[in-house]
Design a protein around this ligand. Structure first.
Ligand SMILES: Cc1cc2nc3c(=O)[nH]c(=O)nc-3n(C[C@H](O)[C@H](O)[C@H](O)COP(=O)(O)OP(=O)(O)OC[C@H]3O[C@@H](n4cnc5c(N)ncnc54)[C@H](O)[C@@H]3O)c2cc1C
Length: 404
């Protein structure tokens, strides 16, 4: 992997890999198959991640975390997803929001809101942007008044009052602290009229309206959350007014990179399962790995994984270090890793023949689950087409890399 992993990164990767083998893989299929989505939520794994010091590893060392950087975080997100993409997404949300809050919060906000979260072994975080009429318009973004998130924000003395409903929110019914996008300037577009607020779960007026029943990524819960005149102190404004969606905001650098790392882990699991099965399954008088048609599928998976990982690594390094960040890169990561994982999961299922369809194969964590998991990122974190459009926008604007 370029640049080469440091000794610390290798040690951390191996710790997470061992955790995945010992704790996640044995139970992922069991949780996934539960009917009620709320029963799929793995508190025991979150508590174990806390115990291992991993849940808060992206907090700075000053705040008691490991202070790991974006490339290292992306690597750990991928490792978790090899065991289960839902667990990876739960932690990707927590880790990226920890990094977001650390980057933008005041000292007082960190003391008041981050420390209690840190000390709660079940502490998870969520970010609330999407609304019924505001999905792709937030991501592209379609920067016109009246489009994108319209959560109402009113000032009342020393407080803000938030009103509106968010949907599809990962960790939405479980988080103890939300980052909520509110429309603070209705005359401007969502890109420059939106502000982040820190909203504790115990605030009065927060109603979990529904927990979605998803086909894949079942170990993470997604919820519709209604904010009914939720009052928060003005000191809960995160970062700067109207800055939530700006390119200055670090979050837009890294969110899609972690999404890409999650879905890449599914591709890795697909290659691992397909290779192991192809070695043992005999048809045509030899193990099917000796048939070139099967070899081609395995080779394509490996090519896709290496290229997606390299792109993720390059983007995470650049997000960490470069002032002039190329905002086409995170979209490229998300599109490429999702395409790679979707193809890999389908090919792994085909290599398994009839078993590739069976929900009860491999304790419920076989290729059938991988296909469902990979498909989630066709829809989540911005659709594939919306990210292609974001790349196209940069090309139209004369993306420097193309002119070199
Ligand atoms: C599993 C999951 C987890 C999620 N987690 C979160 C979360 O934690 N927090 C959060 O805020 N949101 C979250 N989301 C929301 C997610 O980002 C949106 O679902 C996504 O951006 C798509 O929005 P939409 O569903 O409203 O689709 P729409 O925007 O309605 O799009 C419908 C179709 O139209 C196409 N389309 C839309 N606009 C255009 C255009 N201008 N040009 C061309 N084609 C267009 C889209 O590509 C898509 O195919 C999550 C969603 C899912 C499924």
């Amino acid at each position: 992997m370029y640049p080469p992993l440091t000794r610390e990164q290798e040690t951390l990767r191996d710790r997470v890999r061992d955790f995945v083998r010992a704790e996640v893989q044995p139970v992922a299929g069991v949780y996934d198959q539960r009917e009620n989505p709320e029963d799929c939520w793995p508190w025991e794994l979150i508590e174990k991640l806390s115990e291992a010091g991993l849940r808060t590893i992206t907090l700075s060392q000053a705040l008691g975390g490991g202070g790991i950087d974006y490339p290292t975080t992306a690597m750990l997100v991928e490792e978790l997803a090899v065991g289960d993409m839902g667990v990876s997404v739960i932690m990707a949300q927590v880790w990226k929001i920890e990094q977001l809050i650390e980057a933008l919060a005041t000292h007082e906000q960190k003391e008041r809101l981050l420390i209690p979260f840190r000390d709660d072994p079940r502490g998870v975080l969520a970010i609330c942007a999407t609304e019924e009429h505001a999905g792709s318009d937030n991501v592209l973004p379609f920067n016109a008044p009246g489009a994108g998130s319209m959560m109402r924000v009113e000032e009342d003395g020393s407080e803000y009052v938030l009103t509106g409903t968010k949907r599809f929110i990962s960790n939405g019914n479980r988080a103890r602290l939300y980052v909520v996008a509110g429309r603070t300037d209705r005359e401007r577009g969502v890109g420059d009229g939106t502000t982040y607020f820190l909203v504790p779960r115990e605030s009065s007026g927060i109603v979990i309206e529904h927990v979605h029943n998803k086909s894949g990524e079942r170990l993470v819960n997604n919820a519709i959350i209604r904010f009914e005149n939720v009052r928060i102190p003005k000191s809960n404004l995160l970062g700067a007014l109207n800055d939530a969606r700006s390119d200055r905001n670090y979050f837009r650098r890294i969110s899609n990179v972690y999404a890409a790392a999650s879905v890449l882990g599914v591709a890795v699991a697909a290659l691992q399962q397909a290779t192991a099965y192809a070695r043992e399954r005999v048809q045509g008088g030899k193990p099917i790995i000796e048939h070139q048609a099967v070899q081609l599928k395995l080779a394509n998976m490996a090519i896709g994984i290496e290229s997606a990982r390299a792109l993720i690594r390059r983007t995470a390094e650049s997000a960490q270090h470069d002032r002039d960040f190329d905002f086409a890169l995170p979209s490229m990561c998300k599109v490429h890793a999702t395409d790679v994982a979707m193809r890999a999961a389908l090919d792994a299922a085909e290599i398994h023949g009839g078993l590739g369809l069976m929900r009860d194969y491999r304790g419920g964590a076989g290729p059938e689950k991988l296909v469902r998991d990979a498909s989630v990122f066709l829809h989540s974190d911005g659709t594939q087409d919306i990210h292609r459009l974001r790349v196209a926008e940069k090309i139209k604007a004369g993306r420097p890399a193309l002119a070199e």
